[in-house]
Design a protein around this ligand. Sequence first.
Ligand SMILES: Nc1ncnc2c1ncn2[C@@H]1O[C@H](COP(=O)(O)OP(=O)(O)OP(=O)(O)O)[C@@H](O)[C@H]1O
Ligand SMILES: N[C@@H](CCO)C(=O)O
Length: 297
Amino acid sequence: MRPFRIHVPASSANIGPGFDSLGLALGLYLTLDVATAETREVVQCSPHLPEMPTGEDHYIFQIADQTAARWHKELPPCKVTLQSDIPLARGLGSSASAIVAGIELANQLCKLSLSPEDKLTFGNEIEGHPDNIAPSIFGGLMITTIAAGSVDWIQMPGVDADVVVFIPDQDLKTAAARKVLPTTYSRELATAGSSVSNVFVASLLSGNYPMAGKMMENDLFHEPYRSDLIPNYNEIRRHAKENGAYGTVISGAGPTMISLFPQGEADAIVPQLQRTFPAYDIKRVAVDSKGVNTTWG
Ligand SMILES: Nc1ncnc2c1ncn2[C@@H]1O[C@H](COP(=O)(O)OP(=O)(O)OP(=O)(O)O)[C@@H](O)[C@H]1O
Ligand SMILES: N[C@@H](CCO)C(=O)O
């Protein structure tokens, strides 16, 4: 087998009112270098990948095994060297990137010829919602739903804005951040919340970013319940707005926050934001437009 490399982008889900539906692929990557070996082995070379099982039990191998089994194949042994720019449990889709990596690993090793739709459907079954899985597979801005009985999606190439992330030095597991959400919403709230989401997506499509920013900051489905879990939630939103941001929201389930700024303006503003919030890693990140990508050595 020729060695190969799998590149999977990070993602930011929800983007405010698009709870469990919207996700943007980001130019931070989980990278797997895969080579022939007698037994399974994982070598991790990144501070973002802390203590984890390095053999049979590694999460990515578990997903690859499930994928192979689903298509009636067995995963052959291999050595995987992992590198990652994606901090774990920060709201940047690390779990989805690991799931997509496992699916793609099985796809290549077992020659499954999976389509992007196959990967999305299976990845969504594992993660339970498609808003991180879809951008990690396709790239760009993904608008998804599972409400019509399948995973249906529309892809936009990206956003005409600069994306800035505020990554705190603490984690928040998605499961914990989902526990604080209501199990049901009234018709009044669901109507209002989905109307905000409708206007948000329409604003992005029509290029009305001031309106998009206003809608971003008016989510009714998750942000009001999670804001107390997010350090400096109000301060970051206010400060970003004072410095020209269209809008700032929780990235995924948090605790990272993400802002959209007018295109070309973020690089000048980031140093000032970093001085105000020194405990954070604040940076402009590109939007990834390719999604999961395999290259052969
Ligand atoms: N590269 C990886 N290898 C193995 N396990 C991983 C990897 N990346 C993520 N995980 C698992 O996923 C968990 C984090 O998933 P979680 O859904 O809580 O956060 P997230 O995906 O980073 O954030 P969000 O879903 O809000 O964007 C980690 O604690 C770890 O168990
Ligand atoms: N839509 C998900 C994204 C994080 O996995 C949530 O907000 O819980």
